[in-house]
Write a new protein. Structure first.
Lengths: 76, 501
């Protein structure tokens, strides 16, 4: 699962893979359009629905946070 | 009779001195205080004997920038905001064109400004705003001014890499804002949610409608636009009933269906947009959740003071239909001209040209580019009359409304920013490693795609050119080809490249 998520992330935003900080939105690594493209691809790939309430800086602060979010939603 | 936009601030500050005019993340300012601080800034400018001179505003986005704008306008000088995140080479190009007489900034940012090619005067904002104002001195300057004096200069992308400074005078803004506030019935009871950066002319509507009517404008923190639920909660919390955003900001909310989380049906009354094409697919999501809101599509280049046509959404559209850009605003006329410079007939495609009081006076300190775009009306050989050729191709639909089709050249709209692809190509070509390159726009995924022949990765290229172009112009994707396709004329074959997107 992690590999698939990283592949999707790489497609939309290579920089996110190298990013080691803890606020990708604030640091300008991902913009709002990258976020919606990511959400849409992750929803299709894992057959989940990412409710808008989860689209906050905390859940997209780095690649680990995105992986954790998808894992949580898949398990639900 | 008003010859200066600050006449509105005088009236509103007298009528509603304690009402909040503008608020940002950190502070808010009343109309009375806005006027008092602007007057202090203007007094300083007048004492320096500056009149009809360019003034750069170099500050973080917030209410202080607006105080600086108003102070500059009171003193009959004109402002040009420079974004604190703009790359140094672009700032230097702008300074070279503008030759500012003064820079208004903070003590902290003054040190940052030292890196640029400027050795003129500074006005330190926080040291100025509490000083006593000399109203008679300022009044004397203002009454010498006329309504065709410049109010601001906004810089847009230029294909050769030199930004063009669009000049706008007081009369143009007065004409435009009169139309906005009357058409949408804006009053002191309304609240704006400002999205547009102040170096982007969509902000003119928020700023001057507020000052004219005594409404309140909230400057929305930028990071909320990628967090749709927090964004809508912000609108609800601040009771914002009117927004004028770029379509990409509206699309994010629609795509993530944030309306299911926050009900804005008792809050929002008007949703206006401008700056790029608004897809009906996303607008239909807004309309289904908020059917009672007034939606209006505004269209226009910076050269006509933000917008020149509008369409108030009054019927249903299928997801794949285009939304009209509508009809001309009051006191504005649109000419759609074909290749022979004749008015089009029926549904013939032509270039949208515009005339009216809100027309820019030209590109600052750039007579050549001004002559190319601001031309004599070909339908009027009798007296001098300037029209602006937008470079946008349009046609009329069966209702007599204008429909936007495409650009004549390589200009694009990306996240609301007007970009000449040629400016990105010029920047990339300046790298030693690059022999040939081409930039295209992938509309579907909203990505700037760069084609090169060398094995270089995106982060390297962007790292290099970020010194030359703003962040929003950096390619989102880099594709390396063995060889760039060339067409029969010996030029890069953009049609072939487009197939690779």
């Amino acid at each position: 699962m992690e590999e698939k998520i990283l592949a999707i992330l790489e497609e939309h935003c290579e920089e996110a893979l190298q990013y080691t900080g803890d606020n990708m939105m604030e640091d300008g690594v991902i913009d709002s359009f990258t976020v919606i493209n990511l959400v849409s691809d992750l929803e299709d790939e894992f057959d989940i629905e990412i409710d808008a309430k989860y689209v906050v800086a905390e859940n997209f602060k780095n690649k680990e946070a995105i992986i954790a979010l998808v894992r949580r939603l898949v398990e639900e | 009779m008003k010859a200066n936009v600050t006449c509105w601030l005088d009236q509103t500050a007298e009528r509603l001195p304690d009402k909040i005019a503008f608020a940002d993340e950190n502070k808010e300012i009343s109309f009375g205080m806005l006027r008092a601080q602007a007057m202090a800034v203007a007094t300083d400018l007048c004492r320096r004997k500056l009149f009809k001179k360019p003034v750069v505003i170099y500050m973080e986005k917030g209410v202080d920038v607006l105080v600086s704008f108003m102070g500059t306008a009171y003193s009959c000088n004109f402002y040009s905001p420079i974004d604190v995140d703009m790359p140094a080479s672009r700032v230097n190009k702008i300074l070279d064109v503008l030759q500012p007489a003064l820079v208004i900034t903070t003590a902290k940012l003054r040190d940052a400004f030292a890196q640029y090619a400027y050795d003129g005067e500074f006005l330190i904002f926080e040291e100025t705003i509490n000083a006593a104002a000399d109203e008679r001195l300022v009044d004397a300057a203002r009454s010498r001014g006329v309504d065709t004096d410049l109010l601001y200069v906004l810089f847009t992308s230029g294909s050769t890499g030199v930004p063009k400074g669009v000049t706008i005078n007081h009369r143009s803004v007065i004409d435009y804002i009169d139309w906005v506030t009357e058409t949408f019935d804006i009053t002191q009871a309304d609240s704006f949610g400002n999205q547009a950066p102040f170096y982007f002319d969509n902000s003119i509507l928020d700023i001057y409608s507020t000052i004219r009517t005594g409404a309140t404008a909230y400057i929305i923190p930028k990071n909320l636009f990628a967090q749709p639920v927090l964004l809508l909660e912000y609108l609800k919390d601040k009771k914002i009933n009117t927004i004028f955003w770029v379509p990409s900001a509206l699309i994010v909310v629609a795509k993530l269906k944030a309306f299911r989380n926050v009900d804005l049906s008792d809050t929002l009354r008007r949703v206006l947009f401008c700056g790029e094409v608004m897809p009906n697919k996303q607008l239909n999501v807004w309309r289904s959740f908020l059917p009672d809101v007034l939606y209006a599509n505004l269209y226009g280049p910076t050269e006509i003071t933000d917008a020149c046509t509008y369409y108030i959404v009054d019927r249903g559209f299928a997801d794949d239909e285009p939304l009209p850009i509508g009809i001309p605003m009051a006191n504005t006329d649109i000419l759609v001209l074909n290749d022979k410079d004749e008015p089009v007939t029926g549904d013939e495609v032509g270039e949208l040209c515009v005339r009216g009081t809100s027309l820019s006076m030209g590109y600052y300190n750039n007579p050549d580019k001004t002559k190319e775009a601001f031309v004599q009306n070909p339908l009027n050989p009798y007296v001098p009359e300037v029209i602006y050729r937008t470079g946008d191709l349009v046609r009329y639909n069966e209702y007599g409304e204008l429909i936007y089709l495409s650009r004549k050249d390589f200009q694009i709209k990306h996240m609301g920013h007007r970009i000449e692809l040629g400016e990105i190509e010029t920047a990339v070509s300046s790298l030693d490693e690059i022999a040939l390159c081409c930039c295209l726009y992938d509309e579907k995924h909203q990505k700037i795609v760069l084609f090169i022949e060398e094995q270089l990765d995106k982060s390297y290229i962007n790292g290099q050119i970020s010194k030359l172009v703003p962040e929003y112009m950096l390619p989102n994707k880099v594709i390396t080809l063995d060889r760039m396709p060339i067409n029969a004329n010996g030029k890069i074959d953009r049609v072939k490249l487009k197939e690779l997107l």
